[in-house]
Ligand binder design. Structure first.
Ligand SMILES: C[S@@+](CC[C@H](N)C(=O)[O-])C[C@H]1O[C@@H](n2cnc3c(N)ncnc32)[C@H](O)[C@@H]1O
Ligand code: SF4
Ligand code: SF4
Length: 310
């Protein structure tokens, strides 16, 4: 696995650190489905060519606009967002016309490099995060060489627009079987690679890394939630294909303050219910979310428990 200095692009870090006290979310994901031009063994959303895709609509945009501050970040992912570049361009233009001044971030496998360059040229507050595994040919077929050359040429003249994703692999979706097949030692190597890079760029310190290692990396990353083009708000971008009620934050037409309240409940539930259960079972919390959610109370119930204890 590459040393931090050998990564092909800088590691992506969030534009804003998440603040639980804020009235809106610093950033939010828009998910357009699992359809993809690749089928990676580890894929958290089980991306595949015959996966589903639904375009971003006015409804999706309204929901995102209400949840994110004007200078926040809106992240697009799938599946592979570059399979429908015109819809992405349309969505970004709509948001700009409504006054959104923040960052757009597109997560992509980089294969369709020409489309990525066109998107990057269309908006100068857009950055692209490329899949670490595909970039470095680690557990995945590498990016086609001509695509890499084009992306590197753009990055040479635009240093802060193309990044690499983190190197960690979490056990959800197709990642469950992948982790079982490659073994925990390999997953730990990938986590070390990820953390070494994050230490290099100052995102993590030695103490935090040592604590994660002590826990056997059994931690939920607490990502920001998702507006799905299937018409639902979902609490976790990794588990977005799960229909378990624990993740459901309502219809995209639900008022933003209700969605935010549900997400706060979800974060409390991770702290008070999910991670303790993962420790009790000595499992990664993503595996608890995969196999054991039906035995756990839903997030609202966990807040009631907290109130009862107060
Ligand atoms: C699901 S992909 C969709 C976007 C695009 N197709 C790509 O691969 O970047 C979004 C992000 O999830 C990451 N990812 C996929 N499977 C993962 C796993 N098992 N654990 C952690 N991250 C994963 C990818 O590296 C990528 O940065
Ligand atoms: S990780 Fe990205 S490129 Fe790979 S199958 Fe999943 S969605 Fe597609
Ligand atoms: S532990 Fe559950 S909530 Fe956290 S990232 Fe994994 S699937 Fe999502």
């Amino acid at each position: 696995m590459p040393e931090p200095k050998e990564w092909l692009f800088p590691a992506f870090t969030d534009h804003d650190q998440y603040d639980r006290g804020m009235e809106k979310l610093s950033d939010l994901h828009i998910y357009t489905g699992s359809k993809c031009n690749r089928e990676c063994d580890f894929c958290i959303v089980s991306g595949r060519p015959d996966g589903w895709y639904q375009p971003i609509t006015e409804e999706t945009i309204n929901a995102a606009f209400d949840l994110v501050p004007m200078d926040g970040t809106i992240k697009f992912y799938g599946g592979e967002p570059t399979i429908a570049p015109d819809n992405l361009l349309w969505a970004m233009r709509q948001l700009r016309e409504r006054g959104f001044r923040g960052w757009f971030t597109i997560f992509s496998n980089g294969v369709l490099a020409d489309r990525i360059l066109k998107l990057l040229e269309a908006d100068d507050r857009l950055d692209v995060v490329l899949n670490y595994s595909i970039l470095h040919g680690e557990d995945a077929e590498p990016i086609p060489p001509d695509s890499l050359v084009k992306l590197q040429a753009f990055a040479a003249t635009h240093p802060d627009r193309i990044y690499s994703s983190h190197a960690g692999v979490f056990p959800f979706g197709r990642g469950v079987n992948f982790v079982a097949e490659v073994g925990q030692a390999h997953i730990n190597d990938r986590m070390h690679t990820s953390m070494a890079k994050k230490m290099e760029i100052g995102e993590l310190d030695q103490t935090t890394v040592a604590k994660a290692e002590e826990r056997g990396f059994r931690l939920c990353p607490r990502c920001r939630p998702v507006v799905g083009t299937d018409g639902r708000h979902h609490a976790c971008p990794f588990a977005v294909e799960s229909k378990m009620p624990h993740f459901d934050m309502g219809s995209v037409t639900a008022p933003a303050d209700e969605v935010l309240a549900r997400f706060q409940h979800f974060l409390d539930w991770i702290n008070d219910v999910l991670e303790p259960e993962a420790e009790r079972r000595q499992l990664h919390p993503c595996l608890v979310c995969t196999h054991h959610l039906s035995t756990l109370p839903q997030p609202q119930a966990s807040e009631e428990k907290i109130n009862a204890m107060a």
